[in-house]
Design a protein around this ligand. Structure first.
Ligand code: ADP
Ligand code: MG
Length: 709
């Protein structure tokens, strides 16, 4: 069949499409109760059943001679009952000895009825399926599925048996029967599920047809590679994974297109304001900063919203780049907003921007969820009437009740906590002026390129690939906490020389309360061990003002040592701090350790980071901490982290949306990623509308409607 663009094909299919998109209740025997259970598996329509893929497979296509069975094998065996008796061990059980000429095996039942016991008369033929394991009588199968055989033997299964992910109250047989029904509907009307990847592209990218893949996955022929199928490495599952990744990328591109379809204020360069700003800075920009600013400047000059991600390692100087971009917006008679992921970081940015912008007569406003009452009303008024030109805060600044006079640029720092939906919601913020704000997203999470292309297909990427001059690399030591006294002496020596240190307490059992308590205890312990030092504390459960006070005291040098939780992970900037102790670093991801370590090595003195682990360390932890010792290059660390922990963790996927994939697994399918962009390009070149049905299929109607947001 020649490929026809999607729009011309869909008329021919209308009738059947509606059948597959019917709710599951349209199937025989599915009522409300069952529909609710299916909903827990995210199955709403008949088509959803088709895409509910097996976790693994059982081979019931042949009968295995007992003699060839091994412990751990799942198999069908067939034989004659030699004996059956109730035995009393630790637990009473019914033991049925089964013989097939090659050997003998026991079926064991811990729960059985008298009728069941009666069935197993010597000489009766039985076919049983289950997992063989070594038991008291040799190989045994506990609670096998079984049937008694009469004269004519039923055929064995003609395909591998799929085992589906399921939910309480819905057994495999029931779920399997439903999926089989859905497959029958599909096979009677194959056009109902169009292959949205046209044949010429399937050929070019070696992808088998969709229908064939679904058949293989739900009913694999007996000679299929069950191992490859179970692991998602079979071409059939890879094709679906590829399609899903493609759909995700297409949806991100769609978001991008929609946003860029809106108008944005075309901003002139604002040169004179920026020159005044640069003149007051105590340093000059690095080449990388200047290059990235050029890229940003070109985007801002266009009447369509910028969507740009600036990636730069910890300490590469992203804040000053954000400030320059903000000045362009402000010079262009717009407001600029900067959102940070935590109060602490927002607060720091606020101080930095106040010191930078006040000499330029630019009003900087501060807004966080904790700002209440009159102060909040006043700030909101200043934002909506335009007195505030630069607005800094937490996500509170993009909430519904905040309206801007004319928001021209939204800057999001440390983006991995900001998702596509929020990005879309920003469109509304500019609406008062009839325009969508430009968006600048900044991250220190160095994302390996292929992942970046998939996770951020909606953003252009700039990289600050150079650190400001004069930084001395941080030396890292991995030390057992048995040597804590030695580490404490090291702090004493450093502080005696006028340097400052951080002591970081890591998360305990995902509990903020416990973690903060541990930090308090640590502060007391250290105060006892180091009475001559003044020691401060910051953690997530302190009031914003208390945190700010402690940070200020540390920044001004009043405090020698700051005990902190990982709240200081992002953004905190105290150049005189040159020693950091991280307790239990094995609890953190490498990227997080890298972020933390980036708090030192900001000045000109040699800096040290001590990873104070609690022995014994697992093999993986040992490897990971070794990576930290070997390199300070964020990209290298991210790549190693990716190898060791997988992309979900590295990206913080819950925020990127990539975690919600049904079939694709970023780790297992990483090698597919480089093919996704060319496939997406080719598909859209063939038919600019070809993305929509794929997006709807994989991300749901809601995502299909991004366009109408
Ligand atoms: P990050 O990229 O981690 O957000 P920051 O913006 O906090 O880094 O910058 C880290 C430190 O480097 C700050 O003290 C900042 O003032 C300083 N800095 C930024 N750019 C330069 C530069 N070009 N030369 C010297 N110091 C710089
Ligand atoms: Mg920063």
């Amino acid at each position: 069949m020649p490929d026809t663009p999607y729009k011309d094909r869909k008329h021919a299919q209308g009738v059947h499409v509606s059948k597959l998109s019917s709710p599951v209740t349209a199937l025989k025997g599915v009522g409300e109760a069952l529909a609710l259970k299916l909903a827990r598996l995210k199955i709403a329509s008949i088509a959803d059943l088709l895409f509910h893929l097996p976790l693994r497979y059982q081979d019931r296509t042949r009968i295995t001679p007992i003699a060839t069975l091994r412990s751990g094998h799942e198999a069908v065996v067939e034989g004659e009952v030699a004996a059956a008796e109730v035995v009393r061990g630790r637990r009473r059980s019914l033991l049925v000895r089964l013989r097939d000429g090659s050997g003998i095996l026991s079926l064991r039942f811990f729960h059985f009825s008298p009728a069941q016991q009666q069935q197993f008369q010597p000489g009766v033929r039985v076919r049983a399926f289950g997992e063989a394991r070594a038991g008291a009588t040799g190989l045994e199968i506990y609670h096998p599925e079984y049937r008694l055989l009469g004269h004519n033997e039923p055929p064995v299964e003609d395909h591998l048996t799929p085992i589906y992910p399921t939910t309480e109250g819905l057994n495999q047989a029931r779920l399997r029967a439903l999926i089989d029904q859905a497959m029958e509907i599909l096979e009677s009307a194959p056009d109902a599920l169009p292959d949205h990847i046209p044949e010429h592209l399937r050929q070019r990218f070696s992808l088998p047809p969709l229908l064939e893949c679904l058949k293989t996955l739900h009913h694999p022929p007996p000679d299929s590679d069950a191992e490859a199928l179970s692991q998602g490495l079979h071409p059939a599952s890879r094709r679906l994974a590829m399609e899903e990744l493609l759909a995700h990328q297409l949806s991100l591109r769609e978001v991008r297109l929609r946003i860029q379809h809106d108008g944005a204020p075309a901003l002139p360069s604002g040169r004179s304001l920026k020159t005044r700003f640069l003149a007051q800075l105590p340093f000059s920009l690095t080449t990388a900063q200047r290059r990235v600013l050029d890229e940003i400047g070109q985007d801002l000059a266009r009447p369509a919203p910028m969507l740009r991600l600036v990636q730069g390692d910890v300490g590469s100087g992203k804040t000053v780049v954000a400030a320059m971009a903000a000045l362009t917006a402000i010079a262009g008679d717009c407001q600029a907003a900067l959102m940070a992921p935590t109060e602490l970081l927002a607060e720091q940015h606020y101080r930095t921007f106040c010191s930078w912008f006040e000499p330029l007569d630019i009003d900087v406003a501060w807004l966080s969820g904790k700002l209440k009452g009159k102060a909040r009303l006043d700030t909101k008024a200043a934002i909506s009437d335009g007195r505030a030109r630069m607005i800094i805060g937490t996500h509170a600044i993009f909430q519904d009740d905040v309206s801007f006079q004319r928001l021209g640029l939204a800057i999001i720092d440390e983006q991995h906590r900001f998702g596509v939906h929020q990005r879309l919601s920003l469109r509304e913020k500019g609406e008062a002026g009839g325009l969508t704000p430009h968006q600048l997203v900044m991250t220190a999470t160095p994302i390996p390129r292929t992942l970046a292309m998939s996770a951020y297909a909606d953003l252009d990427v700039s990289v600050i690939d150079e650190l400001p001059p004069g930084r001395t690399p941080v030396t890292t030591a991995v030390i057992s906490d048995e040597r804590r006294p030695e580490v404490i002496r090291r702090i004493r020596a450093a502080c005696a020389e006028g340097r400052q240190a951080y002591w970081v307490c890591t998360l305990i059992e995902e509990s903020e309360v416990l973690t903060c308590q541990a930090a308090e205890v640590t502060r007391e312990d250290l105060a006892e061990a180091l009475p001559e030092l003044s020691i401060g504390l910051v953690h997530g459960r302190m009031k914003a003002s208390e945190k700010a006070e402690a940070m200020d005291a540390f920044k001004s040098g009043e405090l020698d040592l700051l005990v902190a939780t990982t709240v200081i992970e992002v953004g905190v900037d105290v150049p005189n701090a040159s020693l950091m102790i991280i307790e239990n670093p094995e609890r953190l991801g490498l990227s997080q350790l890298h972020q933390l370590r980036g708090r030192v090595g900001r000045g000109s003195t040699a800096s040290f980071c001590v990873l104070l682990y609690h022995p014994p360390l697992s093999q993986t932890s040992r490897q990971r901490l070794a990576v930290m010792r070997e390199t300070t290059d964020g990209f290298r660390i991210a790549e190693r982290d990716l190898e060791i922990r997988g992309p979900g963790e590295v990206l913080g996927t819950r925020q990127t949306g990539l975690a919600q994939m049904k079939i694709a697994d970023l780790e297992r399918d990483a090698d597919l990623l480089p093919r996704i962009t060319p496939l997406a390009d080719a598909l859209l070149a063939w038919d600019a509308n070809a993305g929509q049905p794929l997006i709807r299929r994989w991300l749901g109607e809601e995502a299909g409607r991004y366009g109408q947001v």
